[in-house]
Design a binder for this molecule. Structure first.
Ligand SMILES: Nc1ncnc2c1ncn2[C@@H]1O[C@H](COP(=O)(O)OP(=O)(O)O)[C@@H](O)[C@H]1O
Ligand SMILES: [Mg+2]
Length: 241
């Protein structure tokens, strides 16, 4: 179980301090698929990075399976079974896709067949990609899918995917949603997916709308989708204030 207790994140900018997350508390039960959605700049990525340990909250507590992990490093959290796929994944020169999947899986002799299975799940063919470097020669969508494949290879207990749909064509997107559905059905992992896609939102056990640094709504997809539509049809929030 993942528990966030009173998470605040404040940064100092030129105009003073800026509250990016404002007292966010939530609990996510094991094996659930939870979607974080909401307007750009609402705080979703920051929240995900705080869970992974990439960003340290100003205050608040994170508990994973009852253990306080607030002060643990990224590596320590990874060892406890947490993984995170960046909204914009980093690239690694001189590291091939095969190297990345091998490292992620922890199996030094990861077979081509296994690599192929992971890549197929994200709509890529091993023959075309295994020996390619994870560098700038790959498109944004390719790098994104390779990173998702590496998370699948890791087989973590808590997988966080930050806008997995970004830059991905419709065919690969369909394959990817099937993969999420399959992982969820197998019930081995808890998934947090940050997404704006109705297709992914509709897979969720729970949808959490993050806006302006707070949780705006939470509920099932059927409850939340109409609310999102109403929110997005509203006028400019600044002008109507
Ligand atoms: N280190 C930082 N310094 C200043 N502003 C930041 C910093 N990190 C995040 N922000 C701002 O916080 C807000 C939330 O960002 P983010 O979590 O990336 O939102 P989302 O993923 O929901 O689009 C954005 O306005 C972003 O520019
Ligand atoms: Mg984001």
């Amino acid at each position: 179980m993942l528990e966030l207790k009173h998470i605040c994140y404040t940064v100092q900018d030129a105009d003073g301090s800026l509250d990016i997350l404002k007292d966010v508390s939530l609990t996510i039960d094991d094996h659930k698929l939870v979607v974080f959605t909401g307007p750009n700049g609402g705080g979703k990525t920051t929240l995900a990075k705080i869970i992974m340990g990439l960003v340290t909250p100003t205050s608040g507590q994170i508990l994973w399976n009852g253990q306080d992990i607030t002060s643990l490093s990224i590596t320590e959290r990874a060892k406890l079974g947490i993984s995170y796929g960046f909204q914009q994944p980093p690239r690694f020169k001189a590291l091939t896709v095969r190297d990345l999947l091998t490292l992620a899986s922890g199996d030094k002799k990861l077979s081509k067949d296994k690599c192929c299975q992971y890549l197929t799940k994200v709509g890529l063919c091993a023959n075309d990609y295994l020996e390619r470097e994870v560098d700038v020669s790959l498109s944004g969508g390719e790098v994104k899918r390779i990173e998702i494949a590496s998370i699948l290879a890791r087989g973590s207990q808590l997988m966080i995917f930050d806008e997995p749909e970004a830059g991905i064509d419709l065919w690969s997107f369909a394959r990817l949603t099937e993969t999420f559905e399959q992982i969820h059905r197998q019930g081995d992992a808890t998934m947090i997916i940050i997404s704006h896609q109705e297709r992914i939102i509709s897979l969720a056990d729970e949808v959490i709308v993050v806006g302006d640094g707070s949780i705006r709504h939470r509920g099932t997809a059927d409850e939340i989708l109409p609310k999102i539509l109403t929110d997005t049809l509203g006028g400019c929030p600044v002008l109507s204030r």
